[in-house]
Every structure is written in C-alpha cells, then in structure tokens.
Design a protein around this ligand. Structure first.
Ligand SMILES: C[S@@+](CC[C@H](N)C(=O)[O-])C[C@H]1O[C@@H](n2cnc3c(N)ncnc32)[C@H](O)[C@@H]1O
Length: 184
C-alpha cells in the first residue's frame, strides 16, 4: 500500500489529527454521507456534526448512512448560509467540491457560493481548527471553480491562517487536489 494517500484519504488523516470527542464539525457538502459518517464517529455523543447539501437526494442518502448516530443535524440548504445555522467554535470543516457521484452534474458546487462558504467557514473555525478542501477539475467540472478558489485562498491573511496545498503534479487526468487551512 502506498504511503501517499489520495486527496480524500489525506483529508481524513488531517481531520483525525484535530477532531475528537465533544467537538463540533461541519460537512459542507455531505453528498452520499461518507465524510459525515466519519465526522460523527469522531466527535462522539458529546459532540455534534452539521451536514449541508442542496440536494434532497444527498440529504436522504446521508440520513440513511448516519441513521445510527444521534449527534448530527442534516441541513437541506447551501453551505454559503452556514452562519445562519452555526455560531462558531468549530474544530473541523470538510468541503468536497464537484457533483454528487451518480447524481445530477448540473447541481455541482459553483465558484461564487463555494468561495462565500469557505469565507464563512473560516470565521466559524476556532483557533487550531482545520478546514479541508478537495477540489476537482477537468472533465465537465472545468477549471473555473478551482482557479477562483485558489485565487481567493492566495489572498487569505497569513497571520491568521496557514494554507497548505497538496497536488499530485505528475498524474494524468487532473486528479483532485487537497487544500488544508489551519486557523492560527
Ligand atoms: C462531491 S459531492 C460530495 C461527496 C460527499 N462528500 C460524499 O462523501 O459522498 C458534492 C456535493 O456538493 C453538493 N452541493 C452543491 N452545491 C452546494 C451548496 N451550495 N451547498 C451545499 N452543498 C452543495 C452537491 O449536491 C453534491 O452532493
């Protein structure tokens, strides 16, 4: 097995370093609920997970996946509105951009709402908290969202946040990249 994990595997490794029992976490793009399930298992009964998606199909799939947990709130709304649901002190926020696997490609994340949601998430993170961003490009996803997000992230104040990029630069077919943002 390779030491270097893929984008999703790497994001999970980082999340495991910051998230524990009693913490608050956000899955900003719950999709089929794989990341939501991981977050629920990590924060335990004394913690809480908020999971967002704009598609009912995704919320229903996530509800089924996390049916054995009682520490999660599923929200059928855009992640750009997360500050309307959560007030702060968040330890970890996961974004997995793009479209729902097996779902409607027209309901993919969009650069404007994605950037607005990242900005909101950075305000909600507590000091020492971590945001992970899995960013897809190429194919029918294109490069517009990725380029816009990277431009936005380059402008983030380095006194307040560390932004680390992970990119498999020799792989073909535009593999997803991982960005991790730590609040100092
Ligand atoms: C790549 S999928 C997420 C996969 C998911 N993490 C999983 O484990 O299955 C991206 C999801 O983002 C959702 N999405 C698109 N725009 C959104 C928005 N403004 N707010 C929240 N979710 C959004 C899509 O409906 C889709 O389900």
């Amino acid at each position: 097995m390779s030491i270097l994990k893929n984008c999703l595997g790497l994001s999970h490794e980082y999340i495991k370093k910051v998230l524990g029992e009693g913490d608050i976490a956000i899955d900003a793009t719950c999709g089929n609920g794989h990341d939501t399930e991981l977050l629920c298992s990590m924060v335990g009964d004394s913690g809480h997970v908020y999971a967002f998606d704009v598609q009912k199909q995704a919320i229903d799939a996530t509800k089924e996946r996390v049916k054995d947990f009682n520490n999660v709130t599923l929200i059928l709304d855009g992640h750009e509105k997360m500050e309307g649901y959560i007030s702060g002190d968040v330890s970890a926020i996961m974004f997995n951009f793009g479209y729902l696997p097996g779902g409607n490609h027209n309901k993919a994340t969009k650069k404007e709402t994605s950037i607005s949601a990242i900005d909101a998430g950075l305000r909600l993170l507590k000091k020492g908290g971590l945001m992970t961003l899995c960013i897809y490009s190429g194919g029918d996803t294109g490069f517009e969202e990725k380029n816009a997000i990277l431009e936005f992230l380059k402008g983030i104040d380095s006194k307040c946040f560390s932004v680390l990029s992970h990119d498999f630069i020799n792989q073909k077919n535009n593999p997803p990249m991982l960005i991790c943002i730590e609040k100092k």
